[in-house]
Design a protein around this ligand. Sequence first.
Ligand code: PLP
Ligand code: COI
Length: 364
Amino acid sequence: MSSSQAFTVQPSAAARSDADRQAILAAPGFGNHFTDHMVAIRWTRADGWHDARVQPYGPLSLDPAASVLHYGQEIFEGIKAYRHADGSIWTFRPQANGARLQRSAKRLALPELPVELFVESLRQLIAVDGAWVPSAPETSLYFRPFMIADEAFLGVRAAQKASYYVIASPAGPYFTKGVAPVSIWLSTDYARAGKGGTGAAKCGGNYAASLLPQTIAQAQGCSQVLFLDPVEGKYVEELGGMNVFLVFADGRLVTPALSGSILEGITRESILQLARDRGLQVEERKVSIDEWKQGVADGTISEVFACGTAAVVTPIGELKGEGFSVGSPDAPAGEVTMSLRKELTDIQYGRLPDRHGWLVRLDA
Ligand code: PLP
Ligand code: COI
């Protein structure tokens, strides 16, 4: 099917009242509440993509033999809708998310959804659930597009049947403390991805692998876990759900180079662009954990931050691990961090001109 082919729209009989929706939008949190509808599109090897629908939000009916339940053949995306001051609804670089979903699909042997159909699926959901995009500062509607293999077959091979869905969840800050600096925990015993593995894909398995180290991090009072490269255990890769940047006191902005096991973050790429636009010296290269520890301790590194769609740009105050800690949980948010954060969000919320053509309107 092409993106212009009609979606069948089945309105929910259980849509929340305006008052109930407003109560949710007043304090959305992150990932707690879902809108009244969802998108579903089917795929079979024989028929390709077909049967696109906007249907009431609700449980999926899956055969217990569905491959996703046994072999983890699943991928997803994270992308937000932002309400501008004039009430219009926009999203940020959706073609980049659509292209990444295709790369993830390829790695997980799932079918590639056309990028135009990906963007159209967001538009279709907004057409029925646009009222769920909050308008308070720092809030958005977080889309979670995902694809599962739902063929009932236990042989280990790429499934011949899959479904793509989009659900949406009104969102405030990902971290409960808002944009305050967070502490992170260095995992040395566990990696989220291996050489030649699925680290560069956005698939559920990577997050499953991060949950035990994430639990350990939380027990240590940290809100995210930092992973090192899976080969030498020496170079910084990324957090469980975010990329990382180091700001050097001499003005350089450094982030780990894409290694094949790091997720190519769209926020990461956008921050790199904004920094280049400012004339900052930007380096994508290997960063050893020793360089980080030493640099923060001796002041060569003045700020560290995490970035991602959910996290936006979040200052990292402290890095802890077995037997060490650098930085401080009470460190103030860095100036460069907060100014890049402001520029990015000003573009996303329409408060600054969109000079790179990153925004796409969803409600018109
Ligand atoms: N790295 C991981 C493991 C993530 O889950 C995310 C979030 O999507 C990111 C990085 C940042 O990617 P993006 O900026 O595209 O949201
Ligand atoms: C996102 O930022 O979209 C993610 O998928 C990361 C996760 C921590 C929610």
